[in-house]
Write a new protein. Structure first.
Length: 163
């Protein structure tokens, strides 16, 4: 029985930190600034619950993922219990969506499942002109959660600066 508890303890690793920097010398695996991911979504995809993704100064206007279960593209989809945080705050770190409103629109960020986004400026986010309510037709820069309502409450923190 002692051997089993040692194996279980070894498998439950501590929370990790991943890094994102548009100008890092290598694109991934994000374990240090020298190999930081260039795209926020790549770091989010590599993260596990409890991890932190640190994002340094830059304009993040590439990459992304679809709203889970829908077809609207988002620059960042954070659908797990991780924290994505700017190193130097919203005056230095920008998540940029894409317009115009319609089928080519890109929302800035979609969060659910206890995700936290801290210290980013969200700008130029757009959505479809019609669609599945709040999931696809509203909230270009909004943070959305699985309740079909704009994110509120203690699990979501965001500093938004509108241009």
């Amino acid at each position: 029985m002692m051997g089993l508890s040692v194996v279980c303890a070894a498998l439950s690793a501590a929370a990790g930190t991943l890094y994102v920097w548009t100008n890092s010398p290598a694109d991934g695996p994000g374990t240090a600034w020298t190999n930081a991911f260039h795209v926020i979504q790549d770091a989010v995809d590599a993260a596990s619950d409890g991890d932190t993704v640190l994002v340094t100064n830059g304009t993040y206007d590439t990459g992304g993922a679809l709203t889970p279960g829908y077809s609207l593209s988002n620059r960042v989809v954070i659908d797990k219990a991780i924290t994505v945080a700017s190193v130097n705050g919203s005056s230095n770190t920008f998540i940029v969506g894409q317009g115009p409103q319609g089928m080519s629109a890109v929302r800035c960020a979609y969060l659910s499942n206890g995700a936290v986004l801290v210290g980013m400026t969200l700008t130029n986010g757009h959505t479809f002109s019609t669609g599945a309510g709040l999931r696809e037709g509203a909230g270009g820069a909004d943070i959305m959660q699985d309740t079909n309502q704009p994110a509120k409450g203690p699990f979501y923190r965001l500093e938004v600066r509108l241009p």
